[in-house]
Ligand binder design. Structure first.
Ligand code: MN
Length: 314
């Protein structure tokens, strides 16, 4: 693994940086990427954020959100000095890697990122990649502007469930304090990101109706078939509503994209859900992980329920 000082040195020596993050991007992926873009631009470098997926609308309050592009479909790779991959190993960035060519650097906080020793920096103690970016900017002596701080704040807030999860540390809160000093207004960010349309809240009620307890009451799941998955424009926050059930360790949300593909997200209070996700080819953190299952709805539902039940017995 390379050091953060090494990352800082390489970025200092670069002019033209392409930043990317995982598909199905969350607040940390987008917040870290845009924070990095603003930071690099503030010291006179060129940076663009490229993400190979639709972007969640609830994050569109971030400065420069609308400058994020999809990878251009070109015959030849576009050269850049540094190709910076954030919040994931480079295997989850879609087609972005096919479009650009440059020295790769990879910064992540996922324990399942095994990394490439010549270009990866992983710190699984950090609640969010945004925390690592915060450390990196400190090393690079880049001043925290309100734009940078807003992006970092959102990354840390979303990955810690707004500072409620076990990954929240004193380091998180110190970094957050400095973001507030730089002008971030927590209420404005929370109001914007948590806002949902009337239709989404109605769909949430339908999703809640699929709630099932299993594994002797130690697991709870909501299971959205293809129709319900299509209807829900976002499922942001759904899983948090079942995490709170008394006696439940693992909460699971299953979404069915089509007859051959389902997406599963898990949250736990203690059990290692990264291990369960890995058994399906996915990954994540000990208490928050996910996987894509190449199965139809009913098959995926029984497979994930069986795996969770087994894990909680073991
Ligand atoms: Mn993250």
């Amino acid at each position: 693994m390379i050091s953060l000082e090494n990352v800082a040195m390489k970025l200092n020596g670069a002019q033209n940086i392409v930043i990317t993050a995982h598909t199905n991007p969350d607040g940390d992926a987008i917040g870290s990427s845009l924070a990095m873009k603003h930071a690099l631009e503030s010291v006179g470098k060129r940076a663009k954020v490229v993400i190979d997926d639709k972007l969640p609308r609830h994050l569109s309050c971030l400065p420069d959100f609308d400058t994020i592009i999809r990878p251009p479909q070109t015959a030849e790779k576009i050269p850049c000095d540094i190709f910076l991959v954030l919040d994931t190993a480079p295997d989850r960035i879609g087609d972005t890697q096919k479009s650009f060519e440059g020295e790769m650097l990879n910064i992540d906080h996922h324990i399942t990122n095994k990394g490439n020793p010549s270009c990866t920096y992983v710190d699984a103690k950090r609640a969010a990649t945004a925390e690592i970016i915060y450390e990196l900017l400190d090393i690079m002596q880049i001043t925290l502007t309100k734009k940078i701080a807003s992006c970092l704040y959102l990354g840390m807030a979303t990955d810690t469930g707004f500072f409620k999860f076990a990954n929240t540390t004193a380091f998180t809160m110190n970094a957050v304090a400095n973001c507030l000093e730089a002008g971030v207004k927590p209420n404005e960010i929370a109001e914007f990101t948590e806002q949902k349309s009337y239709e989404t809240v109605k769909t949430m009620a339908e999703a809640m109706n699929t709630l099932e307890l299993f594994a002797d009451g130690r697991a709870a799941g909501i299971f959205l078939n293809e129709e319900l998955t299509k209807k829900a424009e976002t499922t942001e926050g759904f899983i948090d509503q079942i995490r709170i059930i008394e006696g439940v360790d693992i909460a699971v949300l299953l979404k069915c994209n089509n007859a051959r593909e389902c997406r599963v997200s898990m949250r736990s209070k203690g059990a290692n859900v990264a291990k369960i996700a890995e058994s399906f080819g996915g990954g994540g953190h000990i208490r928050a992980a996910g996987a894509t299952l190449n199965m139809g709805f009913y098959e995926a539902k029984s497979a994930i329920m069986a795996a969770i039940t087994f894990a909680l017995k073991g």
